[in-house]
Design a binder for this molecule. Structure first.
Ligand SMILES: *[C@@H]1O[C@H](CO)[C@@H](O)[C@H](O)[C@H]1NC(C)=O
Length: 200
């Protein structure tokens, strides 16, 4: 009699597992006319706890999928040697040639990266000096200068700088070239990159 009850318990347990997934609602299976044998209810309690944990893990995985963010773009989408600037006022650089854009948070028509989630990001800017002979570019966050490159070593020298930044969802990063300076590219020398280290 004991083993028969155990078998019933196992079968109801299996049916229960199928009924719960993927959108389960846990219902303690209490078959008509049967009283659970003392001690065996633990199996159901354990099952319920396990299903809760699985659901939590599934949610975590989903969130992680949303927060995979990385981009890299080169200034010009041409291998032709191209000098840009100098201009009379600060000019936004639109890095055209997208090499990586996981999460599609970088827009190569505006040059703006918009943080899709709050988190710690690593951002890097590398620029090659154009025929003005000097370079001054900066990464701006919502209009605020976060870090810059300054190079007066002459044509085709390079400067690079990077930072970790805590960005709120919706924060905007863009790169500006300051007046009287110029930048050079042939699709590989001047680049703007960033990635989410972890969400916060
Ligand atoms: C912007 O990126 C897309 C996708 O990589 C590319 O097809 C397009 O040519 C780029 N735009 C410019 C102006 O280079």
């Amino acid at each position: 009699m004991t083993s028969a009850w155990f078998l019933v318990l196992v079968v109801y347990g299996l049916v229960g597992v199928q009924a719960f997934s993927p959108k389960y609602e846990f219902e303690f299976p209490t078959p008509e006319g049967l009283t659970p044998e003392p001690g065996k209810e633990d199996v159901y309690v354990l099952l319920s706890q396990l299903l809760d944990r699985v659901e939590k893990l599934e949610r975590k995985c989903e969130d992680r999928g949303k927060s995979q963010v990385a981009f890299s773009a080169s200034l010009f989408n041409t291998e032709k040697w191209t000098h840009y600037g100098p201009f009379d006022s600060e000019t936004r650089l639109v890095f055209e040639k997208v090499t990586t854009n996981v999460g599609n948070a970088y827009d190569n028509t505006t040059g703006v990266f918009t943080a899709p989630v709050k988190g710690l990001y690593y951002v890097r800017l590398t620029c090659n000096v154009g025929d003005s002979g000097s370079l001054n570019t900066a990464v701006m966050k919502n209009g605020e200068n976060m870090f810059a490159i300054f190079n007066t070593l002459g044509l085709h020298s390079s400067g690079s700088n990077g930072m970790t930044l805590v960005l709120e969802e919706g924060d905007r990063l863009e790169v500006f070239l300051w007046p009287t300076r110029s930048v050079f590219d042939q699709s590989r020398l001047s680049t703007f990159s960033g990635f989410l280290v972890f969400p916060m």
